[in-house]
Write a protein that binds this ligand. Structure first.
Ligand code: PMP
Length: 280
């Protein structure tokens, strides 16, 4: 079976899949999402994604939706597509209703998904290390909720690509480093890892949590602390983490070379350990 779409219990080709014009996800960005990937025919961290999805829906005051139904639909889609290395995009909107800001009369959430095969595109970049730019964080104050309102992330990513970089890193006016457009960020200083603490200003990345857990196993100290762009520029290593990014070393940020400009040992080790957990 090839790549597929799912709409409220029905399966079809991605080209045939349609959502109603008055879906609140389409008109207001009133929807949450998750991206889940598989390796060797197994979905990685499915339960963690479901828990985060449920939290996102609760924070947006969606009516309760059965996680078991969502889990079954994901597994059904995954089984039908039969792709060993796949990416599932899942989106749940508050529903369809005549366009009004308030949502008290909205019924029936809309649940859509796609499953596509993944082509490994980051292999060379992971070996050489990526370049990034910093940009002032101009997103809303609830980046801990995984909503489809991603326009600042979209514009920032495009700006990075236009500047010849791989990604943009959001920083505050005061120079506090938050996260990248679709990944979390860690810096390494003298063998310690530092990453932004979980606040409403960043997403609680599943890969971030896996990396912190791996570090616990390896007795590598991790500090969930605020740090500045200067700390980042002067650090030994910087890397991004995300479901599709995995661990991606960054060796150049703005006009600064990070460390010696090569991928460092801690980033390399943590990528290998992450792959170990995936294979396991
Ligand atoms: N931050 C942002 C803004 C993201 O979009 C993502 C990707 N979902 C992440 C961090 C990383 O999260 P995860 O490791 O769960 O993919």
């Amino acid at each position: 079976m090839p790549e597929l779409a799912y709409i409220n219990g029905q399966f079809c080709s991605i080209e045939q899949a349609m959502v109603p014009l008055e879906d609140r996800g389409y008109q207001f960005g009133d929807a949450v999402y998750e991206v889940i990937v598989s390796y060797n025919g197994c979905l990685f961290c499915l339960e963690e994604h479901l828990i985060r999805l449920e939290r996102s829906m609760q924070e947006l005051l969606f009516p309760p939706i059965s996680l078991e139904m969502i889990r079954n639909a994901i597994c059904d889609l995954f089984d039908r597509a039969n792709l060993a290395r796949a990416e599932i995009y899942l989106q749940i909107s508050r529903g369809v209703a005549p366009r009004k800001h308030a949502f008290m009369n909205t019924k029936d959430f809309q649940f859509v998904m796609t499953i596509r095969r993944i082509e490994e595109k980051l292999t060379t970049l992971r070996e050489k290390g990526a370049a990034a730019i910093t940009l002032e964080d101009f997103r809303w104050g609830r980046c801990d909720i995984k909503t489809v309102q991603l326009l600042p992330n979209v514009l920032a990513k495009q700006k990075a690509l236009d500047a010849g970089a791989f990604d943009a890193i959001f920083v505050t006016k005061e120079g506090v480093v938050r996260e990248a457009t679709s990944s979390n960020i860690f810096i390494v200083i003298d063998g310690r890892l530092i990453t932004h603490p979980l606040t409403p200003n960043i997403l609680s990345g599943i890969t971030r949590l896996v990396i912190i857990d791996i570090c616990k196993d390896l007795s590598i100290p991790v500090e969930e602390q605020f740090y500045s762009t200067d700390d980042m520029y002067l650090s030994n290593e910087v890397f991004l983490t995300g479901t599709t990014t995995e661990v991606l070393p960054v060796v150049h940020i703005d006009k600064n070379r990070i460390g010696d400009g090569k991928v460092g040992p801690v980033s390399k080790k943590l990528y290998q350990e992450l792959r170990g957990r995936i294979e396991g």
